[in-house]
Design a protein around this ligand. Sequence first.
Ligand SMILES: [Zn+2]
Ligand SMILES: [Zn+2]
Length: 214
Amino acid sequence: MIVESQAVGPFFKNGFVVGCEETRDAVLIDPGDEVASLLAFADREKLAIRHILLTHAHVDHVTGVAAAKRALDVPIYLHRDDLFWYERAVESGAMFGLTVEPQPPIDIYYTPGQIITFGAYEAQPHHTPGHCPGGVCLQIGRRGEVGLDLFVGDTLFSGGIGRTDLPGGDYDTLIASIKNVLFAFGDEAVVHPGHGPSTTIGRERRTNPFLTTT
Ligand SMILES: [Zn+2]
Ligand SMILES: [Zn+2]
């Protein structure tokens, strides 16, 4: 599995290209201000991006969706419960003093049990509300195997958890999502957060101060 992660200011939010090393099919996760460089990576690596997958729709995670859609013309996926955030992207950007272009319509809403394939790989969305109502964890692995790469958005970070003070956020819901949904993938699962470095479920379960005490 090819995983490329990039982040640029002002948000330093991780955008990802995840690709199949055999067929060169790929997905683009949370394209933001780093989108041009992720698309350049895909070109250089001869990867064909088939889906644009959003972990959630806070403004830092969606500022590059329009550019990606123009370049790729592939479907955009989001959980329906985050549509209000998605539709508020321009206004949310303005609150940071940023000009954000209006984003194109969502093509496909995540559903339970959905499987999104690219080459020999598949992504499965798991609803993990708490940081926002429509947050999902994208579980990625080879088709027919248990995927152990988790793209969790801002639900869980290395040594931290997502903020819950924004509209639609809820602390208890977030902790329940982490413990009931994410921990169920097991200690070996690799966590790719929306900000900062990767980690594992085991490391966070044992050492994350927000999760060891509650
Ligand atoms: Zn967020
Ligand atoms: Zn974020």
